[in-house]
Design a protein around this ligand. Structure first.
Ligand SMILES: [Zn+2]
Length: 188
């Protein structure tokens, strides 16, 4: 924990890492971007540095986050995508300005519009969500097996049998719970 705020859970997939900024949605939810400043910090970690962030922009970011969560959850369950969520994702995707650039090392880098607005960064996240929900990328949307989490995550394992959004948090907790359950059985 830094400066009293919950740590970020950093994944490799931009869109689902973003939805992971609200964790334990079905338990004691943890808001990991509680202030505009924390959103700025989070975006910087993912190479989307913005100049500033207002409360309204933070609200927009959270609206996009919950829309991606809703659409990705439906996609993972092979259910129809909620129309309102699709609308928000599309609006965010079209309302921002960002361009992919290539670094000399051959890596992709995002260049936001000249004002580096939060909306520009959100458009990159929305486009990332679209690419995984549309099934364009190598992987499969799935839901975390932890009952208090149930986060949508993008499974890129070869067997596509990953069960938890994050091995270090949900996966570990589940393993520990099973271990403790077995131990109390042995003691009984
Ligand atoms: Zn989880």
């Amino acid at each position: 924990m830094r400066s009293g705020f919950p740590d970020f859970r950093l994944g490799t997939v931009l869109a689902t890492s973003f939805t992971g900024t609200l964790s334990e949605r079905h338990g004691d939810a943890v808001e990991r971007i509680p202030t505009p400043r924390r959103l700025v910090d989070w975006l910087a970690v993912y190479g989307l540095a913005v100049d500033s962030c207002t409360t309204t922009q933070l609200e927009l970011a959270r609206e996009l986050r919950e829309s991606i969560h809703a659409a990705a959850t439906a996609a993972a369950a092979q259910e129809p995508l909620p129309a309102a969520a699709v609308q928000v994702i599309n609006d965010c995707s079209t309302q921002g300005r960002a361009a992919a650039t290539l670094t000399p090392e051959g890596k992709r880098q995002w260049q936001l519009g000249s004002a580096s607005r939060v909306e520009d960064a959100l458009s990159v996240i929305a486009a990332d969500a679209i690419s995984i929900i549309a099934g364009e990328r190598d992987g499969k949307l799935a839901l975390c097996a932890s009952p208090t989490c149930q986060a949508a995550f993008f499974d890129t394992s070869r067997s596509r049998t990953r069960r938890w959004c994050d091995m270090n948090t949900c996966g570990n907790r589940q393993k520990k719970a099973r271990f403790n359950a077995n131990r109390s059985k042995d003691l009984a």
